[in-house]
Design a binder for this molecule. Structure first.
Ligand SMILES: *[C@@H]1O[C@H](CO)[C@@H](O)[C@H](O)[C@H]1NC(C)=O
Ligand SMILES: *[C@@H]1O[C@H](CO)[C@@H](O)[C@H](O)[C@H]1NC(C)=O
Ligand SMILES: *[C@@H]1O[C@H](CO)[C@@H](O)[C@H](O)[C@H]1NC(C)=O
Length: 526
């Protein structure tokens, strides 16, 4: 993008944005149709026939109306009320109000030439108590959203769980720590298949179950905020055992839902069902055997924790060996249910880290992250692994310092997709999240000039294409995210959207990257 054309574009934008932010109408933010972006040679033709492009969001992050129209609280509604937990003590009570503005949002997707929308269904909006009584106002909302998507030619991809367990089940039996959640989740999923499955043909059971188990139960960074005393200042928890128990119940819940779909609905509705897994690429820091094994352990404890049981019916051997008795076992009947329980796997891919063998004796503190026995590095011989997009070091209530880095490492995308192809039998893959954030305090019009995001998408998509050209069975790509939204503990201080949201007015302003996608996807679907 460092071309004369871009300089021209910049001066054009300065002219376009002379009015104060509050004076912008959304229509004024359209880029002139004559502006041509550099897509790096990519177009629809660069990808296989039928390849799907979409954007992704989740219920709690965009809907708002968290306490209204009959929705019951989820564990996140409780978590965000702990003072100091969320940046600026923000909540998602209003978020970006997609509950009311969904038509505008779908219109934006259609205008940008996207094919699909990946949203999530809030369990506690459908079943306020997790089970039993149905909130029909919640059902009506998802019906309106799905119908409008279809009316505008956007294919719905519905995810049934994005971190938001009904609080009622947390209270009743400690949520994911209880085996009881398996049936309750399958009943919720069953209701969704029955109610929406005539129109929704693409289902996902869970988003990032690894994040749910690790951040919820190992370091306590996410709801329900449980961890061992020595790990953080959580009120309760056991980081040595609970992450594994929660993950086990997540896998069984996933498999039980897939079983319901296959036995009761799939033949008639003719849809597909899968799961969404986050996958950071772990590159060995050096060529040593020890560092290669450390990187492999990291991949096993990260994506293998879930994908290995689903493909092969057991946890990775490294995990079985290291975690030992703390790792729950699948019964014979459960292996039958879990093995093969996906039509596709969604992979959320953002960044890459180096891994090394710390050459440490057995750690004193037993916990999930220590079980990896692998060290993280971000430089090799003083050279950073990639440009640092984002760095946050939090020191928030109930937590030790927590750091999060997003490095721009496009080749990690290629390695991740190639790894899945080679180690898991080349399953059908949807690249279900990819993107980068800007700081929350960027203002209009500067917040719309996201050339860095354009380059990020271009470079990652180029690496995705390379993996596909070499045979990886990737059938779709979803950018995270359509809109700036409630970014969990970061609240509104991190903007992942290709559409800027003014949090005062909730008006939407497509960023330059949105128009980049519009051009990329302007060709005929083939
Ligand atoms: C968040 O709330 C706590 C407790 O009320 C308060 O001490 C803290 O200053 C607040 N933080 C911000 C950024 O407003
Ligand atoms: C731990 O949490 C308690 C209860 O919320 C709080 O009073 C205390 O200050 C916290 N301690 C640390 C070290 O953060
Ligand atoms: C945004 O916040 C960052 C970090 O707090 C600060 O360094 C920067 O100056 C702020 N930018 C604006 C435009 O306020």
């Amino acid at each position: 993008m460092r071309t004369p054309l871009l300089c021209f574009l910049h001066s054009l934008l300065v002219i376009l944005y002379v009015a104060p932010a509050s004076a912008y109408s959304e229509a004024e933010t359209s880029w002139p149709e004559t502006v041509r972006f550099d897509t790096g040679g990519l177009s629809r033709e660069s990808f296989p026939k039928g390849f799907v492009f979409g954007t992704a969001t989740s219920a709690y992050q965009v809907e708002g109306m968290a306490k209204k129209d009959g929705r019951g609280p989820s564990i996140w509604d409780v978590f965000v009320t702990i003072p100091g937990t969320i940046a600026n003590n923000a909540t998602a009570d209003v978020a970006v109000d997609q509950y009311h503005r969904y038509k505008q949002d779908v219109d934006i997707m259609a205008k940008l030439n996207f094919d699909a929308y990946r949203f999530s269904i809030s369990w506690s909006r459908i079943f306020p108590d997790g089970v039993g009584k149905v909130n029909w106002k919640g059902v009506a909302y998802y019906n309106r959203l799905i119908d409008y998507l279809l009316a505008k030619g956007i294919t719905p991809y519905a995810n049934l769980y994005h971190y938001d367990l009904p609080e009622a089940l947390e209270k009743k039996y400690m949520g994911l720590l209880s085996y009881k959640v398996v049936k309750d989740y399958a009943d919720f999923a069953d209701f969704c298949f029955k109610t929406f499955g005539d129109r929704v043909k693409n289902w996902m059971t869970f988003n990032e179950p690894r994040v749910v188990a690790a951040l919820g139960y190992d370091d306590g960074f996410f709801a329900p905020g449980r961890c061992s005393k020595l790990v953080g200042n959580c009120t309760a928890g056991n980081s040595a055992t609970e992450p594994y128990i929660a993950a086990h119940n997540l896998i069984l819940s996933h498999a039980a839902a897939v079983q319901r779909y296959r036995e009761k609905y799939q033949a008639k509705q003719k849809g597909k069902i899968g799961i969404l897994l986050d996958f950071v690429w772990y590159e060995p820091l050096t060529r040593s055997k020890a560092d290669n094994l450390a990187a492999q352990r990291a991949r096993d404890f990260h994506v293998g924790w879930f994908l290995h049981p689903i493909v092969y019916g057991e946890y990775p051997k490294t995990m079985q060996y290291i975690v030992g008795k703390r790792l729950p076992k699948f019964s014979k009947a459960e292996v039958m249910m879990v093995k093969g329980s996906m039509d596709f796997v969604g992979i959320n891919q953002y960044t890459t880290y180096y891994m090394y063998d710390p050459h440490q004796p057995k750690p004193k503190l037993t916990r999930y992250q220590m079980d990896w026995n692998a060290g993280f590095a971000y430089n090799r011989k003083g050279v950073p692994i990639g440009p640092k997009i984002h760095e946050e070091v939090y020191k928030l209530a109930h937590m030790q310092a927590y750091s999060y880095w997003l490095y721009d490492v496009p080749w990690g995308m290629y390695k991740v997709l190639t790894y899945i192809k080679e180690h898991y039998g080349n399953p059908t893959v949807i690249l279900s999240e990819n993107g980068m954030d800007d700081p929350g305090n960027v203002t209009l019009p500067k917040g719309l000039h996201d050339t860095k995001r354009i380059n990020f998408y271009k470079d990652y998509l180029t690496q995705l294409k390379k993996a596909v050209d070499e045979g990886a069975n990737v059938v779709g790509y979803f950018a995270w995210s359509l809109l700036d939204n409630f970014e969990w503990r970061l609240g509104y201080t991190s903007r992942f959207g290709m559409v800027y949201v003014d949090y005062k007015t909730l008006n939407r302003y497509p960023k330059m990257s949105a128009y980049w996608f519009k051009q990329l996807l302007s060709g005929k679907k083939h």
